[in-house]
Unconditional design. Sequence first.
Length: 645
Amino acid sequence: MRSEARLREVLSSCRRILRILGLAMKLKPQASGARGLFAFVVLSAVPLGASERDAVKAAVHPVCKTSTAKQWAHVPSRYRAWGTVFDPVRQRVVAFAKPLEPGREFVAVEWTGAGWSPFVPRSGSPVGDRPDGAIALNPGGSGFMVFAENGVTWVWDGEQWDEHFGLGPRGRTPAALVYDSNRDKVLLFGGRRESDHSQYFDDTWQWDAARWERVFSADSPSPRDAAWVGYDAKRKRVVLFGGRAAQGAWLADTWEWDGERWTNAFPWTSPGPRVDAMAYDPVRQGVVLVGYKKDAPYWTGTWIYDGEDWRVATEQLPALGRCRSASDPVAGRLVLACATQGDVEETWESDGTKWVARESVPPATADSAVATDLARGRVLLFIGGEADHQTWEWDGKSWERHRPPVQPDAQYEFAMAYNPDRKRVVLFGGLAGGCEPGMQDCTRYAKTQSSMWEWDGRKWEKVVAASRGLKPAPRSGHALAYDSRRKRLVVHGGRLTGSGGAVASTWEWGGAKWEWRTSESPPSVTSMHSDMAYDAERGRMMLQLDCSTYEWGQKGWDKVASAERATSFVSESCGNIVFDRRRRRVVLYDGETLWVWDGKKWDTSDPVAKNPDAFGWSRMLVPDVASEGVAAVASGTVWADCRPD
């Protein structure tokens, strides 16, 4: 057995060296006697092609290269848009946004219809030059442009950022910027001096994709910043509303630009002076404004301008704030990205008749479980609880919510694992029912489940076992993992009722029926907190139970480490375990420290590291989909492991 383990270590080292050299290593297992040892023969070592090299995942998550964190780093998934626009090249609404996770700089993101996802330019970036909403289509239909607060003009052509120099507007923030499609020019008006904010501007400029030109009008809006503009495609006019005057007073006047001059519209009715989003609605064929109600700064109202007057739309929005909007002419939608008072990002879409909320990040809840679909490169998050069950997937950049017609009925303390042979994520057991309005502890009266479900990337399907034969009793809080060598789904422990009844039985599912596995020395039953992981490098199933570590051997479970050998375990469950493909080891996260199992003991090279908050007994440590390492998932927040090997 020692020689087999040593051989596996040598082969693992060879794979790493060949990957560094850009070589592919093909191995052929050959049986070597009755003892079951294997000899591996190198059939070829050939250079990888470009596509093959691209398919090889990075050792660490890309966010680790730009993050100052040396242990765990936030992977951006929530963004605050400072400017939104429709990109004709990508055929999507894009935004220049600031990730809400700490320590992150501005990035370009696109709205997929299900979430905001960053896209990476080949070269150059206006990162750090906050545009404060100064973003617009670039003339000629060649992407979009950003006028940064320091006076720099950036153009995105669909592949890269280009910085433009030359005479133009002075640095300012926040200026009004909009694309005039009839004249194929970008119009800029007003703003406030960027250096000390002491000067307010009333100048008008036009950008033709190559240079800026100042234009003059006999009449013009007064000096201001934070004015909102939208291009009325039906009337071929730029509409400007409100803004903030030099004395700090908010304005509520309406102006129109016809390509040569400004005209004060003097509408009979007008929205309040506080506005936060404005764009043209292709369905209603008018400029739509989303603004604040007087004396209630975070209540959002919707107004429509038809060229003569403002009118209140029949559909309204809940309490939002700090919104940015853009028109999507392809989808026929108006996209609104907002931040609520609690700094929670919300995205809404309007089809001209109603506003619909589009969740882009899963809600915060402990009633959930995660598993990584390695074949599809997705982390699956299933949320139970008493309300609407939710199915989400994380692709390494953004979350997407799925709405399958049927979902598992489990509400609490269920478990999930990935079956690589069937390429399915499996959910088993949990608690359901028993909760009434006002009840503090729903789990005490809920009923345990024994149902099993599979997720194939599109839908949930209930798995039906053979009608005859033994079956595991309904349970919750159990451990679940897949043994790739023996091709078995393994279930261990849990409790039989919502209030107690912990068990130590081990069951296996082979694809058609359940089998009860006996152990000469079964783990003692002192609590329900357990987790399992399959060590793909050593070919062993590992169990973490009550801060003790077990491995499945010829006679069942063998205790290989106790709490005394890992005294820094701090969380109630003593940690989640998962196989780390980068380290080729099983790792354990206890809420404070990441431990590595070397086959004999738990070890760590950084025992006092600053890590994500403890996740309790919820199994939230999973294989990463953007690297060969691991990731920690807590609701919509994702952490990448940036520690060196």
